[in-house]
Write a protein that binds this ligand. Structure first.
Ligand code: FAD
Length: 470
């Protein structure tokens, strides 16, 4: 049997159901089709991830074919032209991903080509978890409790023996695709931090199991530490299987190398990833509209100068600036700081969450339509099970609490390196002598705050009151 394996968000060989079952029944021909909707940082990642995948496949004598165009026509044409018996893929659970999967299926069936799809992305199928009334969950805790009660994922699949059929099917090349930035090449910071591809993902996971997971529950909120797994871009591109993470954590809790508390906390973060996809499957409109319909009328403001200052890490609030600069430099931002920066944009600057989501989409290497949308709506107060809008993060107190020694701020905002802890999160309150000794001239080498915290908070609450009373 000859099978075309359509790679999508599953750029790995291990525990890849589509590849595994195709390889077990005969020869395979892997195909990847250019995705036209990624952000710039994700295209950088994709380039390196595809290089890694095609090297890994080549070690087994298998060639990865690259193609551009409509998947429904490309796959049917390739299958007919090269006499494939079947086309298989792992499902993608975004609205676009579902739509494309359906179109491919219809087109293949119209050409009498067999096809099959698998779950290679989630611990549990979103359609199988419903409330007693048969409706989708809208709140995380009962959703996850329900998942945990039912969860019995199949054991991860190993690496199949791969055989390729050697038709030359005319692959495009990665350089044809021009995914890497040039003029200017801003990717230096990304390359320093990341190793895209399956072996990079496995290495990061092993490191986390050795030295991060044991401190996860308490350490995960401290941005200067490396107590989180940093697997998000690898998960977004499917370079590591979530089932493997699940089984490894279960095993580590069973043999006592990881405490129940740390292990369960990590699994619940994977639960948030499941929940984000679940929400998009059941409520696809939330990609563009607020989950809480009341927010349709919210008086968003958002001035372009202030939004630019936010993007550039020049708001005058050190923890926000540190986060936005980490994002620009590395394509990543720590979760606690993502929440602070997103709150600042949607509440202090009263800017529509979509503006922030778009910027993150372009600059994050882990940009993931489900996690990004759900998280932005959550912070903005309009999402499912969201933090209430009136809970407005105070960026000064957040910095003081989660970056006590100021290591994170000083790393990303080196202008403030000489400033002591008393004023590090509020340099504008320092007297002239203190600022002078620290080499800081506000308005010159570090900005004054672009908005005043208390006034911005009052404005945001007044705007919220307007929709609450409507
Ligand atoms: C405004 C905002 C935007 C975000 N955008 C994205 C995004 O585009 N892509 C993305 O993967 N995550 C996003 N997140 C969620 C979270 O910040 C990242 O998943 C996390 O920081 C990744 O770091 P890690 O892999 O070390 O996480 P860990 O703490 O090690 O968690 C393990 C995995 O669980 C999942 N996870 C963790 N937290 C969340 C969460 N809150 N929601 C959904 N899944 C989660 C991720 O897949 C993560 O890799 C966003 C959060 C906020 C507040």
């Amino acid at each position: 049997m000859k099978t075309l394996v359509w790679f999508r968000e599953d750029l790995r060989l291990h525990d890849n159901p589509a590849l595994y079952y195709a390889a077990r029944s005969g020869e395979v021909m892997p195909v990847f089709i250019y995705p036209s909707t990624l952000g710039e940082a994700s295209y950088w990642w994709l380039h390196h991830s595809l290089l890694a995948l095609s090297d890994d496949l080549a070690k087994h004598g298998v060639t990865l074919t690259l193609a551009t165009g409509d998947p429904a026509s490309i796959l049917a044409e390739l299958a007919l032209k090269h006499s494939a018996d079947k086309v298989v893929w792992n499902r993608v659970y975004s609205p676009d991903g579902i739509q494309t999967g359906k179109a491919v299926k219809t087109s293949l069936q119209a050409s009498n080509i067999a096809c099959d799809s698998y779950n290679g992305q989630l611990l549990i199928e979103p359609t199988t978890i419903l409330t007693k009334q048969g409706t989708p969950f809208k709140v995380f805790t009962p959703f996850w409790r329900n998942c945990m009660a039912q969860l019995d994922p199949p054991e991860p699949l190993g690496l199949p023996t791969l055989n390729c059929w050697h038709d030359d099917i005319g692959s495009e090349t990665l350089s044809d695709w021009g995914l890497l930035p040039s003029q200017p090449d801003w990717s230096g910071g990304l390359a320093e931090r990341w190793q895209p591809g399956e072996s990079g993902a496995q290495a990061r996971w092993e490191r986390f199991l050795e030295e991060g997971i044991q401190r996860y529950k308490n350490g995960r909120d401290i941005p200067s530490r490396t107590d989180t797994s940093m697997l998000s871009p690898h998960l977004a591109f499917g370079e590591i299987s979530v089932r493997q993470l699940w089984f490894d954590i279960q095993q580590a809790m069973a043999d006592g190398s990881v405490s129940h508390e740390d292990g369960m906390k990590y699994l619940s973060e994977l639960g948030w990833r499941e929940f984000s996809r679940y929400l998009l499957v059941h409520f696809p409109h939330v990609l563009k509209e607020p989950f809480n319909a009341r927010f349709t009328e919210f008086p968003w403001d958002g001035q372009s100068q202030q939004i630019d200052a936010w993007k550039q890490g020049k708001t005058g609030y050190p923890i926000v600036d540190a986060g936005m600069r980490e994002l620009w430099h590395t394509g990543f931002m720590h979760n606690r700081v993502r929440m602070i920066c997103a709150s600042f944009l949607t509440k202090h600057l009263r800017t529509h969450w979509q503006v922030g989501a778009d910027w993150f989409w372009d600059t994050l290497v882990d940009a993931d339509i489900a996690n990004n949308t759900a998280s932005w709506q959550w912070v903005a107060g309009c999402g499912a099970d969201a933090a209430p809008y009136f809970r407005i993060f105070n960026p000064i107190l957040q910095g003081e609490k989660f970056d006590k020694q100021g290591d994170y701020i000083k790393h990303w905002v080196p202008e403030l390196e000489q400033l002591g802890p008393r004023y590090l999160n509020k340099p504008w309150e320092a007297d002239t002598k203190t600022l002078l000794e620290a080499g800081i001239t506000l308005g010159d080498n570090y900005p004054f705050p672009i908005v005043e915290h208390k006034a911005a908070r009052i404005d945001a609450l007044a705007a919220y009151q307007a929709i609450k009373n409507a």
